[in-house]
Design a protein around this ligand. Structure first.
Ligand code: DGT
Ligand code: CA
Ligand code: CA
Ligand code: ZN
Length: 593
């Protein structure tokens, strides 16, 4: 391998910490996508896409490997071409080839790739044959019925594209909470080295734990806004400054993601935090309450207003703001103007679930199907994070592309689990489970006499997601009527920013779950978060036990539980509403109902 060109130290410092594996992967897959628009040969595209996938999941930093002069081509699936691109990225922060393509292909074509079911090939055809460069133009072309004329498209595809544009537009505007969290952690760390700052807090939808976040709202408690803004401006991920005022500054990071900074004095910090946490509708209720009491509340504090002057009675802490209005402290996740004010009035504010309440994780995969770790490795990782039981729930045979389990392989796996359990001295339990598909025609993918031998049977819809509302609802309620099924997984099938929920009558699902004493899942994968917050509150109201699961496909996936907890809190769930907060014996009792 040729030695990477050594760059002046300052230049390296600019890029090394920034060019992490995730970014390298993103550049590579963008390069592949854009090459597709130029009609490049597919062999190279595949190499870049594979490289991107591998690098994204690599535990070691590519930048450090390059710095240590290690040969990247020793990594499985990384060839000379990809290795060279990595070097170029780490050394210069850019890819010359990518810059060149962008001179003739506008970057907005990449937005087309966010339309569900529109792969790179079809997007390239739209660009090359119809000159479509953006979602707006795509919409216009669909409406003018031009898209259906292209070979390989047709009226049905055109219709589907038109429907998918909305989700693609949204994907451009909002990012997953988990991705916002990465930015917040990183930016928070950057801000913490500024000595002019007393405290920082992220407010807005991020603080409320909303499943997707439009922009980040950063509040800083300081008397020296110039120093704070200078420091903020040095954050290495900033691509442009939108506006800088006296105490406010807005910037864009990569992909146009916006961060709003506000510097506020100590005596107003709590009021500002309350105001900018929102939601807007919650604030309307709070202001209404203040008005009733003859008070005024804004981002500077709570004030008594007399004819000529105002006197501040609260503002330094959020708690103080709420207390001055005779209100309890509202956890940010429930500030959505749903029922929180009524609950407060009746002293019924729920005590929300916390990560530490969780004792088990009942949905995960192993190397037997599409997981990356063995049963024992998953168990050890679960023990390490403090769980006392798990269920191993690989896919069933219908999911052939994930090597789904036949009855024979499943029964074998369960024997193995029995053996592992028998040899464990620590009391940790592995439940024998399966994520059994609900077939397109209805009914379970594995025979009853097999399911009867398991401890925790999950029913899932993976195929036939385009069926009618009646068909899908019938399939799910049918599964809930099966005596061996314990829980329905990711009940609506939505993938945030990627795929709408399938058509399902969720109320009918709840009725069936209730009638058959079954559980419903809150899938904690940050792209699923399924059930959503509104559904969760409905499930709670029906008294249907919710199970929060990670659906982990590797040991690290078990740590996704925290995303599920955020969502559960938004759904106003307490520990008592969530079955996997129970000790094992009680959980099993609940299964045996
Ligand atoms: P996002 O960014 O779209 O995910 O949602 P938020 O809730 O973070 O909204 P954002 O960033 O526009 O504003 C942050 C908070 O500031 C919002 O939740 C409530 C407060 N806020 C902003 N503008 C207004 C306003 O015009 N009236 C009131 N009452 N509150 C506002
Ligand atoms: Ca925001
Ligand atoms: Ca904002
Ligand atoms: Zn699964």
């Amino acid at each position: 391998m040729t030695r990477p060109r050594r760059l002046p130290p300052s230049y390296q410092l600019d890029y090394h910490p920034v060019m992490n594996n995730e970014k390298i992967a993103k550049h590579l897959s963008q390069l592949a996508d854009l090459l597709e628009f130029t009609g490049a040969n597919s062999f190279r595209l595949r190499a870049y896409r594979n490289g991107a996938r591998i690098i994204k999941e690599l535990p070691d930093s590519i930048a450090s490997m390059i710095e240590a002069d290690q040969d990247l081509t020793n990594l499985d699936g990384i060839g000379k071409g990809v290795a060279e691109k990595c070097q170029e990225l780490v050394n210069s922060g850019r890819l010359k080839q990518l810059d060149e393509i962008l001179e003739s292909v506008p970057k907005t074509v990449l937005d087309l790739l966010n339309v569900p079911k529109l792969g790179p090939k079809k997007c390239a055809a739209l660009f090359n044959e119809l000159g479509i460069q953006s979602l707006d133009q795509l919409k216009a072309a669909c409406e003018a019925q031009q898209v259906r004329l292209l070979s390989g498209f047709g009226a049905k595809t055109e219709e589907a594209i038109l429907q998918g544009i909305a989700i693609a537009v949204l994907a451009n505007e909002r990012i997953l909470w988990a991705d916002a969290d990465k930015i917040a952690q990183d930016l928070g760390a950057h801000m913490s080295s500024c000595s002019a700052i007393r405290q920082t807090k992220f407010a807005g939808s991020y603080r409320r734990g909303k499943e997707t976040v439009g922009d980040l709202d950063l509040l800083v408690d300081s008397d020296d806004s110039e120093t704070v803004m200078d420091h903020f401006g040095k954050y290495e991920e900033i691509t442009s400054v939108i506006v800088r005022g006296e105490t406010k500054m807005s910037v864009r990071l990569e992909d146009e993601f916006q961060v709003d900074l506000r510097v506020v004095p100590e005596e107003s910090f709590g009021a500002a935090l309350q105001y900018f946490t929102g939601s807007k509708d919650h604030n309307v209720l709070v202001r209404g309450r203040a008005k009733q009491m003859g008070l005024k509340v804004n981002e500077w504090g709570v004030f008594e207003v007399n004819d000529s002057d105002e006197r501040r009675i609260a503002g330094q802490s959020e708690l103080e703001v709420y207390e001055s209005l005779d209100l309890p402290y509202f956890p940010p996740e429930i500030r959505e103007a749903r029922r929180e004010l009524d609950w407060a009035k009746n002293n019924e504010l729920p005590e929300l679930i916390e990560l530490g309440d969780i004792r088990g994780d009942l949905h995960m995969h192993t190397t037997a199907t599409d997981g990356k770790a063995s049963i024992e490795e998953m168990a050890d990782a679960a023990i390490a994070i403090g769980l006392s039981y798990i269920a191993i729930t690989d896919h069933s045979q219908r999911v052939s592309m994930a090597n789904g389990l036949t009855p024979e392989r499943l029964l074998d796996q369960w024997k193995t689990i029995d053996r592992i359990n028998a040899n464990r001295p620590d009391g940790f339990a592995i439940l024998k489970g399966i994520e059994c598909d609900i077939l397109e025609s209805g009914g379970m993918d594995l025979p009853d006499e097999v399911l009867a031998q398991g401890d925790f049977i999950i029913a899932s819809v993976h195929y036939g997601q385009n069926q009618s509302r009646q068909q899908i609802t019938d399939r799910i309620t049918g599964a809930l009527e099966n005596p061996h099924v314990s829980m329905i997984a990711h009940p609506t099938g939505r993938l945030l920013n990627k795929r709408e929920a399938y058509e399902v009558d969720i109320e009918a699902v709840f009725q069936a779950a209730k009638a058959n004493q079954k559980m419903v899942e809150l899938n904690a994968n940050p792209i699923r978060l399924d059930l959503n917050d509104i559904h969760l509150l409905a499930a709670k109201t029906h008294g249907i036990p919710v199970v929060i699961n990670t659906d982990a496909h590797r040991t690290l996936g078990l740590s996704n539980m925290r995303f599920g907890i955020k969502q559960a809190r938004r759904g106003c769930l307490s520990a008592a509403d969530v079955a996997n907060t129970l000790p094992l014996a009680d959980f099993i009792k609940m299964l045996d109902r």
